[in-house]
Write a protein that binds this ligand. Structure first.
Ligand SMILES: NC(=O)c1ccc[n+]([C@@H]2O[C@H](COP(=O)([O-])OP(=O)(O)OC[C@H]3O[C@@H](n4cnc5c(N)ncnc54)[C@H](O)[C@@H]3O)[C@@H](O)[C@H]2O)c1
Length: 259
């Protein structure tokens, strides 16, 4: 699957799903800008990308901060002519508690990274993509954005909100060949889901194994998704094979969500 464009910017590319996305896009020949708050993680990602012989840049970025996002895009454009592909992947899990116990600070922090972050990056790049007449934006939402998870109201709201943002970007970008789509992963194997399981187990007074089994059983395949499954879907959505796919939210959830 061919990807038009030369350069991708991936937020939260310092580990996990974001790193898998960086690696996948580099394997398809794209130069990659990694934007993350974790400098050590970005260095590890860059080291992994070396094998693909593409150019890379790490930019320390807090996606929830307007000035930081602006600086990151300026730095990226100083190194590469333009950003053709934007993947809004950075995200935090937020608190695990009943909605009546969620603080305003927890709410704002979760929405700040997961939703405002995607808005800030998209706002910074959308106008330029429209001007150049090409762009591909992929927002990493979640199965939780469609099928709510109890005790995760800020996360669920942020991931549902991302679907609304994606659809709006798609209708605004369509006339300019700027496509926007969302990917909704189910539980993805890795350290993050382990942390989520731990917190949920604590909140519900259950063992981590029980919660992990429950989560796996939500998939009719009784399995977790792998980071590479998400990365492959991102690469597809950025490819010429998906030129007429925009405004969609594609579940990569091992069947956990079917709508
Ligand atoms: N892991 C899952 O089960 C799962 C399921 C569905 C959706 N997702 C979504 O996929 C995305 C990636 O998840 P993951 O499992 O790789 O998570 P992760 O916690 O392993 O990695 C997230 C990355 O985002 C970075 N980050 C956090 N806050 C940031 C900020 N303010 N600015 C810039 N970077 C920041 C972190 O440093 C980290 O490198 C997230 O949006 C998450 O909500 C994950």
């Amino acid at each position: 699957m061919e990807i038009n464009g030369d350069t991708a910017l991936v937020t939260g590319g310092g580990r996990g799903i974001g790193r898998a996305i960086c690696t996948k896009l580099a394997s398809r020949g794209l130069d990659v800008v990694v934007a993350d708050i974790d400098d050590d993680g970005m260095a590890e990602t860059e080291a992994e990308l070396e094998a693909h012989g593409v150019r890379t840049l790490s930019v320390h970025t807090d996606v929830s901060d307007e000035a930081s996002v602006r600086d990151a895009v300026t730095a990226a454009e100083a190194e590469f002519d333009a950003i053709d592909v934007l993947v809004n992947n950075a995200g935090i899990a937020g608190p695990t508690k009943d909605v009546e116990d969620v603080t305003v600070e927890e709410w704002d922090a979760t929405l700040g990274v997961n939703l405002r972050g995607a808005f800030l990056l998209s706002r910074e790049l959308m106008g330029k993509m429209k001007e150049r007449g090409y762009g591909r934006i992929v927002n990493i939402s979640s199965a939780s954005g469609k099928r709510p998870v109890p005790q995760r109201s800020p996360y669920t709201a942020s991931k549902s909100g991302l679907l609304g943002l994606t659809r709006t970007l798609a209708v605004e970008g369509g006339p300019h060949d700027v496509n926007a789509n969302a990917v909704c992963p189910g539980s993805v194997a890795g350290p993050r889901i382990d942390r989520v399981i731990e917190h949920e187990a604590e909140a519900r007074g259950l063992s981590a194994e029980t919660v992990a089994d429950e989560k796996r059983a939500k998939s009719p395949r009784n399995e977790f998704v792998q980071p590479e499954d998400v990365a492959e879907t991102v690469a597809y959505l950025c490819s010429t094979a998906a030129d007429r796919v925009t405004g969609q939210s594609l579940n990569v959830s091992a069947g956990k969500v079917t709508y």
